[in-house]
Design a protein around this ligand. Structure first.
Ligand code: E4P
Length: 274
């Protein structure tokens, strides 16, 4: 499983890439907003174009960086996707355009298929798409059929949704059981999906049945245990917040072991390194 960093904060992205285990970046409008607020507080000024230049350079060749459109109609999304790709892909050839699977905000709106239509068009133009806001296996199936290079199921947000509907209080970083939560003998589920990791597993199974090339980016990741479970079900990629990547390398017994090794090191052994 590849690891991407789910962030638009260049300080964090640079640091994470320096660890040698990160292979891509995903951003969204909320992450861009957070990053810009962070740099404004630090007194750093830049144009959005300069900022994206730096972001793409930091990731470098071969490390995809997802940039999201903000329009909701077919025309707007297509125009924005082309602008993002034309403006920025020349820098390191690593731009991927994020398109929502369904940009409609209401059930009775008429634009439910605009996302898929744009994905199809961009695929014909060889512009790679990361289909975002995927909350159900059927959405992933449709976006793969439309030609998305990646699909991003939002694992954590499904866990949130199941708990909110059941009235269960939780903190964002809380663990949610992969096999679901049983309340009054019923496993909480959303149309049969019992957890975010289960969502990813279902998509994986469907893609394998039909040999789709579309890669699954497990998104909306909340904690290190969830990352392990995403790897177990075979997510191609997990896009992980900076703080969660840091959690992944830590263990109390590792710290304790290091303390012991350091205090047990005899001077004769240390002298070898002089
Ligand atoms: C990444 O592609 C998604 O935009 C991101 O993982 C969403 O995460 P959140 O649910 O923590 O906002």
């Amino acid at each position: 499983m590849k690891i991407f960093i789910d962030s638009a904060n260049i300080d964090d992205i640079q640091e994470a890439f320096s660890w040698g285990i990160v292979e891509g970046v995903t951003t969204n409008p909320t992450l861009i907003k957070k990053a810009v607020e962070y740099f404004k507080k630090k007194g750093t000024s830049f144009t959005m174009e300069e900022y994206i230049f730096r972001l793409l350079e930091t990731a470098g060749f071969g490390h995809p960086v997802s940039l999201e459109v903000v329009g909701t109609t077919y025309e707007e999304m297509l125009r924005e996707a082309r602008i993002l790709f034309e403006k920025f892909n020349g820098i390191k050839e690593n731009v991927v355009i994020k398109i929502p699977v369904n940009p409609e905000v209401s059930e009775d709106g008429g634009g439910h298929f605009n996302g898929l239509k744009v994905i199809k068009k961009l695929a014909e133009e060889n512009i790679p798409v990361n289909c975002t806001l995927v909350m159900a296996p059927n959405q992933a199936l449709l976006s793969a059929k439309a030609g998305a290079r990646y699909v991003s199921p939002f694992a954590g947000r499904i866990d949130d949704y199941l708990r909110v509907r059941a009235g269960i209080p939780f903190k964002k970083e809380d663990y949610y059981p992969v096999e679901g939560l049983t309340i009054n003998n019923i496993v909480l589920n959303d149309d049969g999906i019992v957890s975010g990791v289960d969502l990813v597993q279902n998509i994986k199974e469907i893609f394998e049945n039909y040999y789709f090339d579309t890669e699954i980016i497990a998104a909306s990741v909340r904690n290190a245990r969830q990352v392990r479970e995403l790897a177990q079900v075979g997510a191609d990629i997990a896009t992980i917040p900076f703080e969660v990547i840091k959690q992944m390398v830590q263990h109390y017994k590792t710290f304790e072991g290091m303390e012991n090794f350091i205090s047990d090191t005899i001077s004769e052994y240390r002298d070898i390194f002089k």
